[in-house]
Design a binder for this molecule. Structure first.
Ligand SMILES: C[S@@+](CC[C@H](N)C(=O)[O-])C[C@H]1O[C@@H](n2cnc3c(N)ncnc32)[C@H](O)[C@@H]1O
Length: 252
């Protein structure tokens, strides 16, 4: 996401499934070097991910494969990427079918129902950058993540910070899960997006209910390079948490 400071949602938002498909190519170009993804989200999540060399990795909501590239560059053994946008999946398959073809599998699936195709205890590391806020209920996916992780395996994800999303609330009730809307400029045009706002308590309950334990957390650190890219974004992100980053582990 890339916050628009000026625009308010109006009319009917497109379903998220259509949105990411419609703008898949533009999303891929935008996230290579933009403020929110390249200079804020990725450095903050990568700091929590730690060692990936030799790991079998599952990337949930893989988008166009920016994290897949990171995993391959850092020695991941095997990578499975899932996204429900066929256009996102097509971009990942196009990027990695050549030299990395034997290490990368990518397929389309709605993650709201969990991971029906993934075997028990088959992964060392599961990541999910900026996807879980599109799921109404975290329980099916989180319990399946715990199932597919090997003992001692890690789940590391980012999502909207509950403190940031409360600004989009129409209910005014922080503790009530709510579908909310915002306008983002990520792909170069204003896009009206809807997603689920939930409390930190609900996120923590989904983790503990799955049997995993939290091992790390940060609230994001914008890189200094953003000062020169956008003074407004630097001022915003260095004083207000926009995303939250959480590392969990399946007990050994
Ligand atoms: C903000 S993008 C993040 C993409 C990628 N992780 C990254 O960091 O660039 C969110 C992604 O989640 C996917 N997504 C949203 N809801 C989903 C669902 N229910 N099942 C699977 N993928 C979903 C979208 O298609 C999109 O590619």
């Amino acid at each position: 996401m890339s916050k628009s400071f000026e625009k308010q949602p109006s009319g009917n938002p497109a379903p998220v499934s259509k949105l990411y498909s419609q703008y898949a190519e533009q999303y891929d170009a935008a996230v290579q070097d933009n403020v929110f993804n390249a200079h804020y989200e990725r450095p903050s999540l990568q700091a929590l991910i730690g060692e990936v060399a030799g790991c079998d990795v599952l990337d949930l909501g893989c988008g166009t494969g920016v994290y897949a590239q990171y995993m391959l560059d850092n020695g991941a053994e095997k990578l499975t990427c899932i996204d429900y946008s066929p256009e996102m999946v097509e971009i990942v398959n196009r990027k990695f079918s050549g030299s990395f073809g034997d290490r990368v599998t990518c397929y389309a699936q709605d993650l709201s129902t969990g991971l029906p195709n993934e075997a028990d205890e088959s992964m060392d590391l599961v990541i999910s950058p900026l996807m879980i806020h599109y799921l109404e209920d975290l329980t099916p996916l989180f319990s399946d993540i715990a199932r597919v992780l090997r003992k001692g395996g890690r789940f590391v994800f980012s999502t909207h910070h509950p403190f940031a999303d409360i600004e989009c609330s129409t209910s005014g009730n922080y503790f009530e899960r709510e579908i909310v809307r915002d306008v983002w400029d990520t792909v170069g045009v204003p896009v009206d997006v809807q997603f689920y706002r939930r409390s930190l308590t609900e996120i923590m309950q989904a983790i503990s209910g799955s049997g995993m334990v939290v091992t790390g957390m940060n609230e994001g650190m914008v890189s200094e390079a953003v000062k020169a890219m956008s003074a407004d974004h630097y001022a915003f992100l260095s004083t207000k948490p926009n995303f939250i980053f959480i590392a969990c582990q399946k007990p050994a």
